[in-house]
Design a protein around this ligand. Sequence first.
Ligand code: ARG
Length: 470
Amino acid sequence: MSSSDKAWKGRFSGPTDAFVEQFTASVGFDKRLYHHDIQGSQAHARMLAAVGVLTAAEAMRICEGLAAIEAEIDAGQFTWSVAREDVHMNIEAVLTERIGETGKKLHTARSRNDQVATTIRLYLRDQVDQILARLRDLMRTLVDIARNEADTVMPGFTHLQVAQPVTLGHHLLAWFEMFMRDHARLVDARRRINVLPLGAGALAGTSFPIDRHLTARLLGFAGVTENSLDSVSDRDFVIEVTADAALAMVHLSRIAEELVLWSTPQFGFIELADGFCTGSSIMPQKKNPDVPELLRGKAGRVTGHLVGLLMVMKGQPLAYNKDNQEDKEALFDTLDTLSDSLRALAELLPATTFHRERMRSEAGRGYATATDLADYLVRRGMPFRDAHEASGQAVRLAISRGVDLAALSLDELRQCASVIDETVFAVLTLDGSIAARNHFGGTAPAQVRSAAARAAERLQALKEIEEVAD
Ligand code: ARG
């Protein structure tokens, strides 16, 4: 195509500078929007026919022509042109080449500004649905493993120091809760994505008698945007999804860090499957936790995209500005990264071996039942602060003897608090400690089993909501 074939050629006497053509083009990356661009154009054409701006025959030719182009792109047989700048103009120009004059009527009552806003919303709505499904897959995996590990005792940490015993099932359900909130945030963002901006034109609407509500219905949007200037200018819905994605990636990075730690010989809590690790080119003994490390690292790029998008939007005057073309690469990479990361974790976890004995023995070190001893003293009438001090003395004694609390004799324990009798030993065991935390939200195996059952029901409810929305 020569530069005199530009869609805007009427106003111009000189050709576009060759470098500027490259610099301003987005087709290299926005071609991935072709399906949603075509979907939007077909609905627009049908609406124009319904209000009498196009004839029914014209709308049909346009829709069929677009369908043929879509099939060609699907088959990898479409030639994209940088001179045609973006996905929208590439498709429209080829449509006109194929179906002739009628193709030129498609852009009636529309601008690329409301076209691109519509296209991104359609694309993002689909992508969010796919990510929500991935989140549900991952949560289902977590519930399944948590149910199996409801009785598995492990050390719970604060400050990465052994704090109190917990169950592995409880720990896994903590991860589940993070993803539940990520899911809820994306469902919420989806509501703001799911409105039609088409009809805003370049910025001020159109002089044609369009029916925006009809177009919205054809595209499955829940409503239409209220203000034409806002419709073409804001990308807050893109930023919102990216913020939600960054937070989900931060959750993934925290879990990944735990998996990295747990897989070290020092912790020895888990063994990652060979298929999820790599070796070292020099150190034969190494088995590196690459997948969790990448999950941890990828949180960085998504957070970077969030900051980048905020900066693209910052200070833009109403209405559309070309700055907004910069939204796409960040958004695409964010969605790809999050989707792959969720998949990686959902596949890695069921292939992971949990070393239950090692977890239990590590929970038995570090005086994890010291709080249970203090609570025991409180039940015998001692104020909690005094009980805390007495239990601390018992820990000091145990440290000096090089044994755990449960290995102290009754006489030694009674030196710390005279109200102690032989019933204390039940309290100082790991199973006693775990079983005692038997309240809603606690770590007792019985609680973890009912929490897992509730989690499964909550997941099922999400699925049903999703099915109603479809
Ligand atoms: N490729 C552009 C984008 O991504 C499409 C809209 C261009 N509109 C314009 N007036 N130049 O935002």
